[in-house]
Design a protein around this ligand. Sequence first.
Ligand code: ADP
Length: 859
Amino acid sequence: MLPFNAISSVFVERFILALVMALLAITISISRWGYSVDQAFYDAVLTRFPSEPPKDLLIVAIDERSLLEIGRWPWSRRVHAQLLDKLREADAQAVAFDIIFPDPDRYDPQSDQIFSEAIANFGSVVLSVHMEQTYQGGQILEVLPTPILASSAAALGHVHVEYDVDGVCRAVFLKEGLGEAYWPHLMLSLLNLVYPDEDYEIPGLRPNESITNSSFAISRDYFNLIPLAGPPPQVESVSYTDVIHDRIPLRTLSDKVVLIGATAQGMGDLIATPFGTMDGVEFNANIYKSLLHKTTIIPVDVHLHWIFSCIIVFVLILSGAYATPRQYFILTSVYVLSITLLSAIFILYARLWFAPLAVIIPLLLFYPIWSWRRLEQAIRFLRRELYRAQQEAESSNQQIDTKLAERLTFVAKIVGLSQWQISDGSSDGSKSFNHMKPIDVVSSDNFNRVSISWDESSDMDTKYSQLWRSAIDLNANVVEKPEKKPAELVTATIQSLRKATQEAEINRKFTRQCLENIRGAIVVTNIFGEAILINDTARSSFDLVEDKPLHLLEFLNDFQIDGNWLHLIQTAILEQTDISVEAKLANTEKEYLCQLVALNWQSKYTDTLLFSFTDITMVKESERARTEALHFLSHDLRSPVVSILALIEQYRNTKLNRDDVVEKSEVHSMLSDIEAYARKNLSFAESFLQLARAEIAGQSKFDLCDIHSVIDNALLMVRHPASQKKIKIDISRTMDDMWVEGDGELLERLLINLLTNAIKYSSSDTLVQVFAEVEGSNLVIKVKDQGHGIKPEDLPNIFQRFKRVAGQTNVSGAGLGLHFVEIVARKHGGSVRVESEFGKGSCFIVVLPAYQDDTLLDD
Ligand code: ADP
């Protein structure tokens, strides 16, 4: 993740770029750059969705046929008067002449009069006003119909249409005039005549600057774009001559709004429109229809256009600030499509024209610019990081970059090679060796060839060749083989990055493997006590489940220590000292040395706690054993000797010094006392030695032992003490074979200990029973007596070292016998347990795994 300041700098950069793009939108909007593309889009929308053709409108066309039949243009105004009469007769609603009558008829002044009367008689007739420039750059004149006609007309109207820079006509100013936009358009005048009562609000875009210009310039107002009904002809049209010559039924003309205009070739005013060329009169019909249905399209005011464009661009660019490049690519496409679609919807339904290019170009431009900036940043960042990583790698490599020869000498010592040699690869010095495997190494020095040989008898190939191989590989890796770097920057960076990532991966794996393979248990937590790392040893030793979160204090509470964990953690963190404490794991016999270190890993303050637990159960156990042994030596083993010395001293003082006559019986009694003490001492020392032997016994020295003969030997050994106490020993055993893998002497001693105890702790004239049975895969030996039994509270302790039941001063013993039994049983993979009832007797049960190899037994 990027750090906060990196995020904010990215955002600032995007903000600035968004501003630049917004400025670009303003520039495009004001300069009308890409205007033709906008217009092409506008035309595409309108031609794809043409408006309804005008109805109740009729064109009386001055076509070729009319010219043929009526004669060459200009016609006498009597003809027009005749037409008007016909139309009046047919009850047409209104008539608009898209023809200019600027001058009086010089040859037939009477005709003007007749035409004027016809106009007046008809009533709703609109005549055209024309603006005319006398010559190029010259004065512009308003050309009105000759006064006699103008005065009888119901209204006048200008017949100008507006051409775009591409020469295509799409729009019209509804008012126009010299100096002042005085004249309504011919079609507006016609509409006002047809619907005189309606309060018609003139649509259109008003000019921003003051309308009152110079009285010699044309002023225009109410700009409207005209949606067309489609390629001509879309409007019902009749030939002028047909009307004059009554070839048209009157009902065709009845109630119609009539436009009279020229369509004959070379005569009419042809207009280029998005649908192709169109007669002026047909264009006028479209104007009339869109005025009537209020479907003219009004362009968004220039100022509003650039304000909107800039806001939209700015907002849309910022809105994708947190998108990934892929998301932003999709987003840009969606934005561009939606703006295009919205613009089309505006044209068709809101009758508003918002040229979309000023928004689309900056949006489209932003994506590659932004991507380029991000790529630049990413590459710069990667190169910086790579450089840092390389520096680190170099410094660590320097530490291990010892000479190839030195390194190989060390490995050769471990592997036990008879010979090895490094050559520079050019000379083939390897010929003097018997077994050669030359390996080429590119090391820090230069190119080398390593040749090795070893004894044929040694198992070098299988055992050590891997070690040798990796030693050479490792050396070769110290210095990079010169790689051909790609010239292209991005590819080169990606290649270096891939290499760095691989190295980092190897390092991570190395660290992890080291941690996992440490024998001690490692638990690393953050400062909140949440586990960051728990190694395998810790998991298995403390039953930590992988997906269960670790609660540090709960976990630590399982370890009983001298002191308080919280206090220890506090000390480690605040005083930055390493803590070592011995801890006992609850409900187990396990003891650990716990070391706690507080680390500053990610910040400059303590943020990590590292606990390592070393199992010291064995160490503590042997420490305890040593202390007990010392105690035993200093007390139990010493006391019989002290007693013997005391006896001798007493005898010397009382008898010998006073030259008393010493009774034979006295000497006898003293000697038997001494003997008893000496035997006691010997027995202690023997028990001690036996125990030491049992403790070091290992499976490597085990043989097959027949338990039957072990029992027989043991019985032989205890026969004498048993008979002394008149105790009978009964044996009940299976006839099956009883083989175990073990140490016969130790097993015999185990049984002797149990039998001796049974005799020792039983009264005279009692019975001791020995049972030997096979139970499944185990052999079970039981020694049952009718002795004193053991109190339940003493039962858990009797197998412990030097543990004796209190109050048995009259029975000799060191408390090692049962401990020996327990160790020997355990060393043989078995166990021992006791069932006892105080006052009634005890039964010691030894379970040993039987030897399983049937083939051997069959032999
Ligand atoms: P010791 O040298 O005292 O006999 P052991 O380890 O052999 O040491 O036995 C430990 C204790 O267990 C004895 O002190 C004795 O109280 C008790 N004990 C062992 N065997 C018997 C038994 N067969 N009957 C009663 N108590 C026994």
